[in-house]
Design a protein around this ligand. Structure first.
Ligand SMILES: [Zn+2]
Length: 388
């Protein structure tokens, strides 16, 4: 199968983040096994999802992990002009379909190049590491990366995460944490605003506290110019509370996200916020003893990626991608999670993130071809005795 045929097959599995991925998983597993590759699964507790990993080449240290996710985002409410789960060639040099770019395009490059990998005289191994539930918070990668580190006797050195980057090496990624804060105040007639505790008024003060926290990080000069914007951001994206203009709200809540540069401590900021909330509770419980503020996780934190521009993995990806520049991103990806297991990690893959997650998602055919070329160059590198 050529890369477009593999991509068409992968796109035909409508596996969304959060849903069972067994259909696409088993197709990939059988494809790999039909090329003589031994496949290992890392299932979730319920047994309705699994990640997959395998090695191609010799069991020696210093290999390269190729990482990607099998799930995609929903198409609901989007105005598609083609069937999102049928890869469509409109004759304009692009292939349309959900996941064509993010990131079944890269998986297709890996699978289409597999016969060449198997045939090659690899001196260092390559690994596939394919996850589920990336699109709902990079949930499966920590366990998969950890499993790979312990499953094999040898230790891979590099992880290449093939998220769409227009084949540009991406060496940094902000840490991301999404939280929900619930404020429990007391209801009453609006005229009694000083005698009750409005959950809305207090939620607003907390929101302003968070915004001030972000501003103070900037004022302290906590900037990392590799990122755009160069500071950690704190953003409130949803607020809800109250029932009528003349009723003091007893309930209010808001959802917020933190995107931190590597020098800032995501948990430290949350701890500081929590300490502030405890102070507000004890201050306001004088008015209303049941007053409380509770913050819960909306998604587990996704760690930042802080690969240095002169790390070996960056040189490697520059060579095989043919791209000498590097960049950073502010979206969530699994690279930081592979880096946490000790693999030198970077992102580089075909397609543009600008096409991801939207109606009429597509991958340009020439990007797909470049993805295949990158892996062919990697095969050549790994077949050389000089590879380190
Ligand atoms: Zn993705």
């Amino acid at each position: 199968m050529n890369v477009e045929e593999v991509l068409a097959k992968l796109v035909s599995f409508p596996v969304l983040g959060g849903e069972s991925n067994l259909s696409i998983l088993h197709w990939i597993k059988e494809y790999l096994e039909s090329h003589g590759v031994q496949v290992h699964l890392v299932p979730n507790e319920e047994g309705n999802k699994a990640s997959l990993h395998c090695r191609i080449g010799p069991a020696v240290d210093g290999g390269v992990i190729l990482s990607g996710h099998m799930d995609v985002v929903p198409v609901e409410g989007q105005d598609w002009t083609t069937d999102p789960f049928t890869l469509t060639d409109k004759g304009d040099g692009r292939l349309y379909g959900r996941g064509s770019c993010d990131m079944k395009g890269f998986l297709a490059c890996c699978l289409a190049t597999l016969p060449e990998m198997v045939k090659a005289d690899l001196k260092k191994p390559m690994y596939f590491a394919f996850t589920y539930d990336e699109e709902v918070g990079c949930l499966a990668a920590p366990e998969l990366a950890n499993t790979i580190r312990h499953h094999y006797k040898e230790t891979p050195k590099y992880a290449l995460i093939g998220e769409p980057s227009l084949m540009e090496p991406i060496i940094g990624q902000k840490g991301i944490y999404i939280l929900e804060t619930y404020v429990n105040g007391s209801a009453g007639h609006s005229s009694r605003i000083k005698q009750e505790v409005s959950a809305i008024h207090e939620a607003m003060r907390l929101i302003l506290w968070l915004e001030k926290k972000m501003d103070s990080l900037i004022d302290e000069g906590r900037l990392d110019e590799r990122f755009h914007p160069p500071h950690s951001s704190i953003h409130i994206g949803l607020v809800n509370g109250g029932i009528a203009p003349n009723v003091i709200a007893d309930k209010a809540y808001f959802y917020w996200d933190l995107r931190t540069i590597p020098m800032d401590d995501i948990q430290g900021i949350v701890d500081e916020f929590e300490a502030h909330c405890r102070q507000r509770e004890s201050a306001l419980q004088d008015i209303y003893p049941e007053f409380s503020i509770k913050t819960i996780e909306n998604h587990p934190p996704v760690p930042h990626l802080d690969t240095k521009a002169d790390d070996d993995v960056v040189e490697l990806i520059k060579r095989i991608s043919g791209n000498s520049k590097w960049d950073t991103v502010s979206y969530a990806a699994e690279a930081g999670q592979f880096a946490n297991e000790g693999f030198q990690s970077a992102i580089c893959g075909p397609g543009s993130i600008a096409q991801a997650h939207r109606a009429d998602e597509f991958i340009a055919k020439d990007q797909l071809a470049k993805g295949v070329e990158m892996l062919q160059r990697l095969i050549k590198e790994l077949s050389s005795n000089q590879f380190v």
